[in-house]
Write a protein that binds this ligand. Structure first.
Ligand code: SF4
Length: 249
């Protein structure tokens, strides 16, 4: 495949910092769509605000909606209700989807809205300066928690499963083949589907947590991710500092 065919060349390159993981996720999404043979012209990509929101908009050569902070799922709901034939995919970050837009997320799951939500989780508010997010792990340094995060973080897969999601999966950009596989499965799922792509932000999260080099962050992702089942995710029993990855159906 020629990935360039899916991108608006006139707006390239992307605005991502060097070493950002969002490029890996962008590639995984586009290859998944190509391999499934989905009609790109019948797809609508909706994003909110933040670095991950720039993955589809303005780069994808399809219909895109770049909306307000925390509200992409609300816009996606309206679009899907208006035209149920559209393949609607939300691509946004953890701050946008869980922290600011968390209420929209849980109710979209409850309604079993037929959309796919792909969440890039860099564990911080990257674009706005590296502030604490609800996905920032305990003890980690952010611009607003220089002494370390005193709170615990959301396990977003556990959250959506508890709300009744029929499909949830999580892999990191350090495992792009698995990430692509679960994106394909999510896109084929009828009803609400959720993919959490753990990714890296060397500029904010990495710099503040002594991992300024992208390869250091990739190694950290590899070390913290362990295979888990839906039951293990729901039990919340991952060993200290580890995160379960897999397909939780
Ligand atoms: Fe990527 Fe972080 Fe730069 Fe945003 S601030 S583009 S998440 S590296």
């Amino acid at each position: 495949m020629d990935i360039g065919e899916y991108l608006r060349q006139e707006v390239m390159p992307t605005p991502f910092c060097k070493g950002c993981g969002h490029g890996i996720l962008m590639h995984a999404i586009l290859v998944a769509i190509d391999e499934l043979g989905i009609d790109f012209g019948n797809m609508l990509f909706v994003s909110g605000i933040g670095c991950a929101a720039w993955i589809p908009s303005p780069h994808f050569a399809a219909d895109t909606l770049h909306t307000t902070h925390g509200r992409p799922i609300a816009f996606a709901t309206g679009a899907k209700l208006f035209n149920p034939e559209l393949d609607v995919v939300v691509i946004s970050g953890d701050g946008d989807l869980v922290s600011i837009g968390g209420n929209h997320l849980i109710h979209a799951v409850r309604r079993d809205l037929d959309v796919t939500v792909i969440m890039a989780n860099n564990r911080v508010y990257g674009m706005t300066g590296g502030q604490l997010a609800s996905t920032t792990p305990h003890d980690r340094i952010t611009a607003t928690t220089p002494g370390g995060n005193p709170e615990r973080d959301f396990d977003t897969c556990r959250l959506v499963l508890a709300c009744g999601a029929g499909y949830a999966a999580r892999y990191s950009v350090a495992e792009p083949v698995n990430l692509r596989r679960v994106i394909k499965n999510a896109l084929q799922h009828k009803g609400f589907s959720f993919v959490e792509a753990m990714t890296i932000c060397p500029t904010q999260y990495g710099r503040m947590n002594k991992m300024p080099v992208p390869s250091q962050m990739i190694e950290e992702l590899k070390s913290l991710c362990i295979s888990g089942t839906r039951a293990q995710v729901m039990a919340g029993d991952a060993p200290e500092g580890k995160v379960y990855v897999g397909e939780f159906i």
